[in-house]
Design a protein around this ligand. Sequence first.
Ligand code: ADP
Ligand code: MG
Length: 241
Amino acid sequence: MIEISHVDKWYSPTFQVLTDCTTSVAKGEVVVVCGPSGSGKSTLIKCVNALEPFQKGDISIDGIKVNDPKTDLPKLRSRVGMVFQHFELFPHLKIIDNLCLAQEKVLGRAHDKAVTKGMQLLERVGLKEHAQKFPAQLSGGQQQRVAIARALAMDPIAMLFDEPTSALDPEMISEVLDVMVDLAREGMTMMVVTHEMGFARKVANRVIFMDRGEIVEDAAKDDFFGKPRSDRAQKFLSKIL
Ligand code: ADP
Ligand code: MG
């Protein structure tokens, strides 16, 4: 579903942020990306959605090359859900309207269909009774669940997450992870930047470890947690586990 092939990226002529990154995420697979701060995880995931350009290599989603100038990027992005650290809901819109906006504007869904879909998804993330509230009236964990529901409303073919729980108070982390675990078990294709190794252990198929812009390790979950091959990954794991 996601093919990343020999990607190099420079933020400036003297600063190479990604070096020869190659990996893939098969349909229905859950791949967790971890690694030290500044190692290029966010940059890589943004390249997947063409939110950042890259200078060498190729990335394709469902066979469509994101770095082909002929690709309709807004259309492609509408098919790939993205959830960031900060939930970025529209503050002036009620929760249900947050869920309807892109369904109507981008997919051209009729309002009543969008509302029905939005309510189904709010129910799925346990927030149906909050549909008429504004984002500021919800906790951080609830807002992040709304952000996930909003992404799902677009019927994405894959979901990208960039540290979706790292801005949350500890007691709210599990409610967001639970939603993500359900999604993974339902077969969603997911690429998830996170340091929540409990999540990785539960649902990841593979774990990628990045350091200094390189994919240092790309292993089946049990191999990764059993014994990472590289010193760098071992050191990283010993610090966070
Ligand atoms: P991570 O998500 O693993 O913490 P990032 O992808 O955010 O890493 O950043 C990788 C490196 O690129 C860091 O050194 C960061 O400071 C730098 N960086 C990130 N975004 C930009 C940008 N827009 N312009 C220049 N440098 C950036
Ligand atoms: Mg990051």
